[in-house]
Design a protein. Structure first.
Length: 95
């Protein structure tokens, strides 16, 4: 039997840069916050938004952030909304 080490993504090093590049423009503060999803701090990011829990650590399927990034391209709720700004599959896997 061989054991394989799986490296979990680190939030600050791996996930945060993806969110900053792709999400912060529309979800940065109370005056410009869409869908009830705010990226102004750790606690706020984990709180529920308009569509359920935004980010649930170690539970991609329970996180609206993940769900919204994996919707079909034609879905009105897919994030980021502009096709040219969509995250890559590698970035989705990291999140």
């Amino acid at each position: 039997m061989t054991l394989t080490q799986v490296n979990r993504p680190r939030f600050v090093e791996d996930v945060q840069p993806i969110l900053e590049f792709n999400c912060v423009a529309c979800h940065r503060d109370d005056s410009k916050q869409e869908g009830g999803f705010s990226l102004t701090g750790h606690e706020v990011t984990l709180k529920s938004g308009d569509n359920g829990p935004n980010l649930v650590p170690f539970d991609a399927e329970g996180s609206y952030l993940y769900k919204s990034m994996t919707l079909g391209e034609d879905d009105d709720d897919v994030m980021p909304p502009k096709a040219k700004d969509r995250v890559s599959q590698k970035e989705i896997d990291t999140i």
